[in-house]
Design a protein around this ligand. Structure first.
Ligand code: ZN
Length: 190
């Protein structure tokens, strides 16, 4: 979603680097869009070197490997954190408890408008939360949701939760313009 969340993560990382902090930047290994897997990239072409990780455990291991007692990581940043497998909230808490500043950017909801479970937890345990909004591509209102499109039409609710999209696969939508075909039937069956 074009909400500027990667740009905001990069802005915070740059400030930490200017302040001379030891910073470790990660991104999901699922996400190879915009300039490849070794970078966090924004839609407008800014880049920051980042290590790809698949899950919370490997992220913690990489932080530990990059740190030693004399030079611990002071800031850990993860982009597209909703793609990370494992107990991301526990990993973030562990890092924060050890004195690290943890900066995470990700989507709060999947294409159906349901919360990504790890993100619900992270939103609860975070000291600070900044919700950024894209612009609804239908009506121009602030967009809070991702519309998954298949051949230009809203994807059925039964599609896979995680699906990395290219241009045209997702569209920012506001609550009123967001559609998930099959969603109403699903709710009625519960
Ligand atoms: Zn709208």
């Amino acid at each position: 979603m074009y909400s500027g969340k990667s740009e905001e993560l990069m802005r915070r990382v740059r400030r930490a680097l200017i302040a001379g902090r030891r910073v470790e930047v990660f991104k999901s290994s699922l996400d190879d869009r915009y300039g490849g897997i070794g970078h966090v990239s924004s839609h407008d072409g800014l880049k920051l070197r980042a290590r790809p990780v698949a899950d919370a455990r490997s992220m913690l291991a990489a932080v530990a490997a990059a740190s030693d007692a004399a030079n611990p990581a002071e800031v850990v940043a993860v982009d597209e954190v909703h793609f990370l497998e494992g107990d991301v909230a526990a990993a973030a808490n562990q890092l924060a408890d050890s004195g690290c500043r943890v900066i995470l950017a990700g989507l709060d909801m999947d294409f159906r408008g349901d919360p990504f479970p790890a993100m619900s937890e992270l939103l609860a345990v975070a000291e600070q939360v900044l919700k950024l909004h894209a612009i609804c591509m239908k009506c121009g209102a602030p967009a809070t949701r991702n519309q998954r499109l298949i051949d230009g039409r809203p994807a059925h609710v039964s599609g896979p939760t995680v699906q990395v999209g290219g241009p045209g696969d997702y569209e920012a939508r506001c609550r009123a313009c967001h559609e998930t075909p099959g969603g109403e039937q699903e709710v009625r069956q519960r």
